[in-house]
Design a protein around this ligand. Structure first.
Ligand code: HH2
Length: 264
C-alpha cells in the first residue's frame, strides 16, 4: 500500500502533494513502482495534528480518487475517520475505508461502513491525534491492542460489515511510547495475525525509527522502514503501508524468493 497525502502537514511528506496535479503524479508513480493499493488521505494524523473539516477533505480527495480511477484499476483506500468523506470517496471509486479510529469517530461510522459494503481497515489508537502521545500507558500492549481490535471487528460484524471485508492494523505510533510500546507490539505481530483477519502494518518512516537511529529525519528512515516491513512479512501481515514503494517491493520480492527457494 503506497501513501499519497494531500495534506500540508503530514509528518514525512506534508505539503509535497497538496497540489492536485502533484498528488496525482505521485499516485501514478507509486502504482508504476508496484503498489497494489494507494492510500489517499487529506487529514494528517501525526501526533499533535489539528482536525480538518469534512468539506476540505472531500475537496482535496474526490478529484484525486476519480483521476486515479480513470486510468488505473489499482485498489484505492481512503484514509479518513469521517463517514461523509468515506461515502464520497467510495462513490468516486475507492474500495477500502481506512479508519484510524476503527469506525468509532462518529455515531454512524459502523452503519455507514455496512451500508457502503466496502472493505474496512480497523486501526488501534489510544486517545486522539492531538493528544495521543501525552502519556500512553499499557499493561501488556500486544494483548490490549489485540483485545481492542477483536472487539471492533465484532462490533463491525454486528452492524452488518461482512467478516471478509475486515482488516486489522495495530496502529504503530498511535498513542504508543516509542520503544516501550511500539517495539513489543511489532514483536507481538503474530498475536494480531492469529486473530484471523488480514493485517495491515504501517511503520514506514515512523518516529521509533528515528529513536533507534537518533536524529534520522523522516525521509532518511528507509532502512528502518524496510526492516519493519520484512518483519511484518515474516510475521504474516497481508500488507504494509509505505512511502517508499519501489524499495519495499524489491525487498519483499527478494525476501519471498529466498523464503520460497527451498521449494524450487
Ligand atoms: N499511519 C498514518 C496514517 N494512517 N492508517 C493505517 N491504517 N495505519 C497506519 O499506521 C497509519 C494510517 C500516519 O499518519 P500521517 O500523519 O497521515 O502520515 P503519513 O500518511 O505520511 O504516514
Amino acid at each position: 500500500m503506497g501513501i499519497v497525502n494531500t495534506t500540508p502537514d503530514s509528518f514525512s511528506d506534508g505539503g509535497r502533494h497538496l497540489d492536485p496535479a502533484a498528488a496525482l503524479a505521485h499516485a501514478r508513480r507509486l502504482i508504476a513502482e508496484g503498489a497494489d493499493i494507494v492510500d489517499v488521505g487529506a487529514e494528517s494524523t501525526r501526533p499533535g495534528a489539528e482536525p480538518v473539516p469534512a468539506e476540505v477533505e472531500i475537496e482535496r480527495l474526490i478529484p484525486l480518487i476519480a483521476a486515479i480511477r480513470a486510468d488505473s484499476a489499482v485498489a484505492i483506500s481512503v484514509d479518513t475517520m469521517k463517514p461523509t468523506v468515506a461515502r464520497a470517496a467510495i462513490a468516486a471509486g475507492a474500495t477500502i475505508w481506512n479508519d484510524v479510529t476503527a469506525l468509532s469517530h462518529a455515531a454512524d461510522s459502523l452503519d455507514v461502513a455496512a451500508e457502503l459494503g466496502c472493505e474496512v481497515v480497523l486501526m488501534h489508537m489510544r486517545g486522539e491525534p492531538r493528544t495521543m502521545q501525552a502519556d500512553p500507558r499499557y499493561g501488556d500492549v500486544t494483548a490490549e491492542v489485540a483485545e481492542f481490535l477483536a472487539a471492533r471487528a465484532t462490533a463491525a460484524m454486528a452492524a452488518g460489515v461482512a467478516r471478509g471485508k475486515i482488516w486489522l492494523d495495530p496502529g504503530i505510533g498511535f498513542g504508543k511510547h516509542t520503544t516501550r510500546h511500539n517495539l513489543p507490539l511489532l514483536a507481538g505481530l503474530p498475536v494480531i495475525v492469529a486473530l484471523g483477519y488480514p493485517v495491515l502494518l504501517g511503520a514506514s518512516r515512523k518516529g521509533f525509527i528515528g529513536v533507534l537511529d537518533p536524529g534520522a529525519p523522516a525521509d532518511q528512515r528507509i532502512g528502518g522502514s524496510i526492516a519493519a516491513a520484512l518483519h511484518g512479512a515474516v510475521s504474516g501481515v497481508a500488507a504494509v503501508r509505505v512511502h517508499d514503494v519501489r524499495e519495499t517491493v524489491q525487498a519483499l520480492a527478494v525476501w519471498s524468493a529466498i523464503a520460497g527457494a527451498d521449494r524450487l
